[in-house]
Design a protein around this ligand. Sequence first.
Ligand SMILES: [Zn+2]
Ligand SMILES: [Zn+2]
Length: 154
Amino acid sequence: MAQAHRHHEPQGAELATVAQAALERAGEQWTTMRASVFAALAGFDRPASAYDIADSVSQAAGRRVAANSIYRILDLFVGANLARKVESANAYIVSAHPDCRHDCIFLVCDACGQTTHLDDDAITRGVRAAAASVGFAAERPVIEVRGRCAACCA
Ligand SMILES: [Zn+2]
Ligand SMILES: [Zn+2]
């Protein structure tokens, strides 16, 4: 029988604490700016673009923050597993489990943008195994399902 991957998914302030620890383990500092970007990203209930985050951080900081600096921080966050990029939306979402790196599946609603995160190791291992079977080294499987969320179907 397939085993579902289970882990604790921290929320709110606890999520920021876990994210900070993960970033510091990656040898990077949790600066005020990085903390603000993480807080802004975590404040969105759907994938946010670098521009969305720049607007939100600028408002909180009372000064204009360039989207370019936000991109650099988001890249760092993705590398350290603090954030994930939702490729089909060209936007970012906070990682639900910064201290556990594995392949995530995203369900992206075409109507409202709500993005649901699923972990199913049987599926993601299957994708990696299928790639390996044709000699392809899977480094970063992107598994996104577009459709309509339960609220939009109702
Ligand atoms: Zn996941
Ligand atoms: Zn929806």
